[in-house]
Design a protein around this ligand. Structure first.
Ligand SMILES: Cc1ncc(COP(=O)(O)O)c(C=O)c1O
Length: 375
């Protein structure tokens, strides 16, 4: 089956049926301050209120509920100390499946405690000596477990796509959707749902400047691997786009833009102070793109995915403390105060005078032109 045929609206709808009554239908938040600042109507899809505190439960539960009786009896293994690990642990406990989660021994104790709290077995590895994928594969082999990949799996993507399905239903008409990109599973699922249900809506991916593998890969026209990643957005530290997610994102995303860590912290601050919502760095990346002016809404009906809220309270406090002392009234009422990644070192394919605008494959392929990402 080709990748086009493999992630379809029907597959996402089937995932939504499985998740009905199990996952939360998360709310759309709005803020008059945000609308005024962006010059557009903006809604925020609030996945910190999802089970497990992030959208990841959608994909994990969908994938696990498709296991055969035999696979369920043998158990699963996932490699992630973050939201995917916790989501697999939680979905496994809901479905009565034994889960092993492979985590770095240097991982945050709070995150490991969350995974253990959901009842998963923890298997620690030394990141200096071992690769987590290899550790998981060896365990899978030894104990006949099924590996649950974090993003490169159509049923994981279909589960994440249910977020896009809900968004289209809840928001009605939309011109622009902003979604974070790590390995690209969430973006692929959301873009598939949104572009099928609301044709003409531009879906723009947002990455941290210090982990801009998809941004570079789209411009290079192939999957580029970064030698190192450096960002506070721990869920977006993928160094290479997924093999299955990349062609979908290449086809469906209108653009990918990047934001720096300072912009991410400002977006977290905005969510906390204005919306009273705790959003983790990875989850605040798309809002950071709007607030920093990396994407201009310019009157377009815009939806922003706040993908998760899992952060250690002490880390949250110290990130917010690291902001220069400002009050809401001293923050300019217009986007662009914090600049997105500048043109230095921009990968090939950059256009539009260093604004960061990328004319994506949809445009190159002569498909329906999306509204411009930047004003
Ligand atoms: C909160 C949050 N947002 C976004 C992502 C990125 O998801 P994907 O890897 O499917 O692109 C992750 C991944 O862990 C995450 O935890």
């Amino acid at each position: 089956m080709s990748e086009q045929a493999a992630l379809t609206l029907d597959r996402i709808r089937a995932a939504a049926d499985r998740l009905a009554g199990i996952a939360h239908r998360t709310p759309l938040l709005t803020s008059a301050t945000l609308d005024a600042r962006c010059g557009a109507r903006v809604c925020l899809k609030a996945e910190p209120f999802q089970r497990g505190g992030a959208f990841k439960f959608r994909g994990a539960y969908n994938r696990l509920s498709l296991l055969s009786a035999d696979e369920r009896a043998r158990g699963v293994v996932a490699y992630s100390s973050g939201n995917h690990g916790a989501a697999v642990a939680l979905a496994s406990s809901v479905l009565g499946v034994h889960a092993v989660v492979v985590v770095p021994e240097t991982g945050s104790p709070a995150k490991l405690a969350a995974i253990e709290g959901y009842g998963a077995e923890i298997r620690r590895y030394d990141p200096a000596r071992e690769r987590r994928e290899a550790v998981a594969a060896a365990l899978a082999e030894e104990r006949s477990l099924t590996v649950i990949a974090p993003f490169d799996d159509y049923d994981i993507m279909a589960g994440q796509g249910t977020l896009g399905l809900e968004l289209a239903e809840q928001a009605g008409e939309l011109d622009l959707v902003l979604v974070p990109v790590g390995g690209g599973g969430l973006a692929a699922g959301v873009a598939t749902a949104v572009t099928s249900l609301l044709p003409g809506t531009a879906v723009i991916g947002v990455e941290p400047a210090g982990a801009d593998d998809t941004y570079r890969s789209l411009r290079a026209g192939r999957r580029v691997s970064l030698e190192a990643v450096d960002t506070i957005a721990d869920g977006l530290r993928a160094s290479q786009p997924g093999e299955l997610t990349f062609p979908i994102n290449q086809r469906l995303l209108s653009d990918v833009v990047t934001v720096d860590d300072a912009a991410i912290i400002e977006a977290m601050w905005f969510c906390f102070s204005r919306l009273k919502v705790v959003v983790e760095p990875s989850g605040a990346v798309p809002l950071a793109a709007l607030l920093a002016g990396a994407v201009r809404a310019d009157g377009r009906r815009t939806a922003v995915v706040l993908s998760g809220g899992n952060i250690d309270p002490a880390d949250f406090a110290s990130l917010l403390h690291s902001l220069p002392r400002t009050t809401p009234s001293t923050i300019p009422n217009s986007p662009g105060r914090l600049q997105p990644r500048d043109a230095a070192g921009a990968p090939e394919g950059r256009s539009e005078g260093g604004t960061g605008r990328w004319v994506g494959p949809r445009g190159q392929a002569g498909n329906t032109a999306s509204p411009p990402a930047h004003g």
